[in-house]
Every structure is written in C-alpha cells, then in structure tokens.
Ligand binder design. Structure first.
Ligand code: F6P
Length: 322
C-alpha cells in the first residue's frame, strides 16, 4: 500500500495545449483514490512561495478543452539554486506534499530531479510543442501546435499562389527541428530548414530555379527558429531568383488554442500514469509514450539520451521537397 496521502501538481516552462487535460486526469485519478491534490501556481515559484490551492474533481471540470494552463506557468531562476530547491522541498514537507507531478519540458524535469534528491517523490510529464524530449516519441502540445501551423501556412499558400511569391515561414521549436519538419511535410514545403541538418542557401536558390523551370511559380519555405535570419534569406532569394518574397513568423500563436483530440487523450493517459507511478512508490521518473504505450523511465537516464531528429521523417521530407 502506498503511503502517499497528498500530491502536488505544477506546470513549468513554456505552456503547451493539453497541459490542462493532464492536470484534470491527474487530479481525478488521485481524488478517486482518496489522495488530496494541491495545485501549485506558477511552476516552481509557487512551490518556493507556498502559492497553492486544493484541487478537487469539480475544480477541473471541462478544462481539457482549454489551451494554456489553469495553474499558470513560469521559468524560475531561484529554483536553479541549491537554496531554492531546499526552500521548495521545505514547502512540500510543510504542506504535506509527498509526491509531485511536474508538467513541462527538460528544464522542468531537471527541477524534478533536484527535488527528488532533496527527498520529495517526483514524476515528470512531457509537455512542449517542440517534441524535443528524447525519451518519448510524443510530447503533449505537439499535435495542436502542428495543426495550428499547418492551418496558418495553408492560408499563406493561397495568397503566395495568387501573387506568385515565395513565403518564408518561421516555426518555433527551440533548438529542435522536429516541429518544423513535421509541419513542412504536411504543408508540402519546397524547402525545410532545421538546425540539425544545416544546408547552404545556394541549394535553396537552385531548387527554386529548377522548380520554376518545371512550372512552379510560388514557394513555401519552412524554417525553424534559430536557423539563420529569415529576412536575410528572403532578401537573398529575391536577389538571386527575382521572386517577390514575404516573411511570416508564426510565433506564440503556435502555443495557443484548444488541444486536439490526440493531445487531450495523450495528456489524459499520461496524467493517470503519473499518479499511478507515485502510488507505486516510484520517484524521479518521467512518463513516456513509446510506440503508443504509456510507460515511465528514470529522469536522469532520460535527460542523458541524445536528442535526435526523426531520421526516417527527414529522409521522407528530403525525397519530396523540390
Ligand atoms: O519550448 C517551447 C517554446 O515555444 C519554443 O518553441 C520557443 O523557442 C520558446 O518556447 C519561446 O519561449 P518564450 O515563451 O519564453 O518566448
């Protein structure tokens, strides 16, 4: 039998659509087993400052349809210090929080690892639009963000086609190209630029020249944030090919909106599994989706895994983008 009578739950780092569904699932799973749940506001800041509220099954009614996070989120510098971690662990002891569910990305998991070393049982749930967490094939928010970007770029294509222009669209992703690659395939981009596979701009100019000869008069280039400067690329294309160019940065639009069914369902399954892991006495674990199976693994091992792009997807993209 588990000793745990009370758990805490927080969201940290960049928000992602589906975080609310994970909160709801964790609260309902715990409350259904007579475990009380404290919602912790503004990530690890709330844990340091005791900024919490009791959550019951009713308080999370219907939140699975909403984007963002009902618990608010933040990046917390104080928690990166030893003193900050100690303060957070002291708050957990004072409030009777025996297990903590931390929803977010790598930074969130590093915090959960530190807290587990300070004696609090922790479990992380991967939620980031970037899909850049090596231990899981899927992170909450990725599907909604992809669909948001695709919808926006499909609209851009209409106007680019009418004016026979070239659109350079910047997609989020932090240091990962996974979101950009996925979106680029879905919209049928003529070039997909990601940090993991840098290419020479002359290749892009050449692709445009060749496809113009083959009869294409508008182009969509999808680039991950941080891969060069989109405006410089646009100017280069204009000078080298004579095409009129426009730059669109999708920005934080990609982080909002009602989560897709896939994000809601994955978040719900992960939220339930996180509570189960704590009740099984586990600590310092991260919930993963591996080939559709929801499981968990050691946070430290998860953080040590090399981050790679999906090679088969990259190969597919390379074969059809021209
Ligand atoms: O990690 C999610 C993410 O949206 C990244 O894609 C992006 O680089 C970053 O967060 C933006 O962070 P902020 O909301 O602090 O501008």
């Amino acid at each position: 039998m588990s000793e745990i009578r009370r758990i805490g739950i927080l969201t940290s780092g960049g928000d992602a659509p589906g975080m609310n569904a994970a909160i709801r699932a964790a609260v309902r799973t715990a409350v259904g087993q007579n475990i009380s749940v404290l919602g912790i506001y503004r990530g690890y800041n709330g844990l340091i400052n005791g900024d919490v509220a009791e959550l019951d099954a009713r308080s999370v009614d219907g939140i699975q349809v909403k984007g963002g996070t009902m618990l608010y989120t933040a990046r917390c510098d104080e928690f990166r210090t030893e003193a900050g971690v100690k303060r957070a662990a002291d708050t957990c002891r004072y409030l009777g929080i025996q297990g903590l569910i931390a929803i977010g990305g790598d930074g969130t998991f590093r915090g959960a690892l530190d807290l587990s070393r300070a004696g609090v049982h922790t479990v992380g749930i991967p939620a980031t639009i970037d899909n850049d967490i090596a231990c899981t094939h899927y992170t909450i928010g990725f599907d909604t963000a992809s669909n948001t970007a695709v919808e926006a770029i499909d609209k851009l294509r209409d106007t680019m086609q009418s004016h026979e222009r070239c659109s350079i669209v910047e997609v989020m992703g932090n240091r990962s190209g996974n979101l950009t690659m996925y979106v680029g395939i879905a919209v049928g981009a003529s070039s997909i630029l990601i940090p993991e596979r840098p290419i020479d701009v002359s290749e892009i100019y050449e692709k445009i020249r060749i496809s113009r000869i083959r009869g294409r008069h508008h182009h969509i280039i999808v680039t991950a944030e941080g891969v060069g400067n989109a405006h410089e690329l646009a100017e280069g294309i204009r000078q080298e090919t004579g095409l009129d160019t426009r730059v669109t940065t999708l920005g934080h639009i990609q982080r909002g909106g009602s989560p897709t069914a896939r994000d809601r369902v994955t978040a719900t399954r992960m939220g339930c599994r996180a509570v189960d892991a704590l009740l099984e006495g586990k600590s310092s674990r991260v919930i993963c989706n591996r080939n559709g199976i929801i499981t968990d693994m050691d946070i430290e091992e998860a953080l040590a895994l090399p981050k790679e792009i999906h090679e088969d997807m990259f190969q597919t993209a390379s074969r059809i983008t021209y």
